[in-house]
Design a binder for this molecule. Structure first.
Ligand SMILES: [Zn+2]
Ligand SMILES: [Zn+2]
Ligand SMILES: [Zn+2]
Length: 357
């Protein structure tokens, strides 16, 4: 009874192939673990798979004996789907769903690159917490680096749940090296994330400094709500600056700097030191010191020229980082336009000092 079923399955494989009727009689039998025999054509097999071609070209032991190729260790229906693909270059979503992993293994063993691509895609779309460890092992065995990496990332992202699966426990018992490799990958992913976060934090600091630099020029060139060039009327509106979010803070700092008693008494004032550094930083990146309205710009430039030889490396690095942050931020068109406007104002006015009101 069972045999009849198997035979009908095997003939179904071939009859499902559109051009099968034009082919000669099958001359090879594929035999599966479950005893299913699938009659196939050696010419087709040899054309699609170099490994099967080799097997077919081997001389037979007995001249009269029928050629049989065993494909064992995978479900019968997976072998049927495999043979179907050899004939039609197609396999259904249902077959992929049920036998994607087996088909991937077969495509690797019998060297069928198109099926391998199809399976890599199909299997990677169906990755779950439950199967990811098995697929990882298969991807390594079948030499599919993309799928391997995708599995690694998935395991790293859902490690707590993956750790609970049968697949993980089995792998721990049977392949401790792979476990080590996975743990190393997770560790590296974590430190890469930390490095990226640190880098982002640094970038945002340099960007803030770069914006503070633009804001300084804005205040001392065109003036803003409470601070500006001495011969320019304060703006009528009392609302906050609409150009720079930091403008109010920078203006407060400038006012403090102008009036602070502790600074003039030689005491260490944190806010004054900060302002001093902003002014020095401005001078370091200012490329128009002769027409610049920012206080102390030229003085700092002169001092820097005198001390050129002894300029400290950390400061130079800071200047470079702020400049590059500025370059990145000024890629946006809006900012470029604002800079052009700023340059125009700088060219048309000459201010001697600045007002506080
Ligand atoms: Zn402003
Ligand atoms: Zn102060
Ligand atoms: Zn300047």
């Amino acid at each position: 009874m069972e045999d009849t079923n198997r035979n009908s399955t095997s003939s179904a494989v071939i009859s499902a192939i559109p051009s099968a009727c034009e082919l000669p009689e099958p001359d090879v039998q594929i035999v599966t673990s479950g005893g299913l025999r699938i009659p196939v054509h050696s010419s087709i097999l040899a054309m699609v798979s170099p490994v099967l071609e080799n097997i077919i070209e081997r001389p037979l032991k007995h001249r009269s004996s029928e050629r049989v190729i065993p494909i064992l260790g995978v479900p019968c229906d997976a072998v049927s789907a495999f043979v179907g693909f050899l004939y039609t270059s197609r396999c259904s979503e249902e077959q992929m769903e049920k036998y994607g992993i087996h088909l991937l293994a077969l495509s690797h063993v019998y060297s069928v690159p198109r099926l391998k691509q199809r399976c890599t895609r199909g299997v990677s779309q169906r990755l779950t917490v439950e199967n990811v460890v098995d697929v990882l092992q298969l991807a390594r065995l079948c030499d599919v680096p993309d799928l391997y990496l995708k599995c690694m990332k998935q395991i790293a992202a859902h490690f707590k749940s993956v750790e609970e699966t049968e697949g993980w426990k089995f792998m721990q018992d049977h392949d401790p090296w792979l476990e080590l490799e996975i743990l190393k990958f997770i560790d590296e992913t974590e430190s890469r994330k930390n490095r990226t976060r640190r880098h982002r934090e640094e970038q945002s600091l340099y960007l803030q400094l770069s914006e503070a630099m633009e804001c300084l020029e804005h205040i001392f060139t065109e003036g803003c709500t409470t601070v500006g060039p001495y011969d320019m009327e304060p703006e009528k509106k009392t609302g906050p600056c609409n150009k720079y979010t930091t403008c109010h803070g920078v203006q407060m700092l400038i006012k403090h700097f102008a009036l602070c008693k502790r600074r003039s008494n030689g005491g260490g004032c944190y806010r004054c030191k900060r302002m001093w550094q902003l002014l020095r930083l401005h001078s370091s990146i200012c490329d128009q010191p002769d027409s610049c309205k920012v206080p102390l710009c030229r003085q700092f430039k002169l001092k820097a020229q005198q001390q050129k030889m002894s300029a400290d490396g950390k400061w130079k690095l800071l200047v470079r980082k702020v400049l590059s942050a500025k370059a990145i931020s000024s890629l946006s068109l809006a900012k470029r336009k604002r800079e052009e406007e700023l340059r125009e104002t700088m060219g048309s006015h000459v201010f001697k000092t600045f007002r506080l009101c």
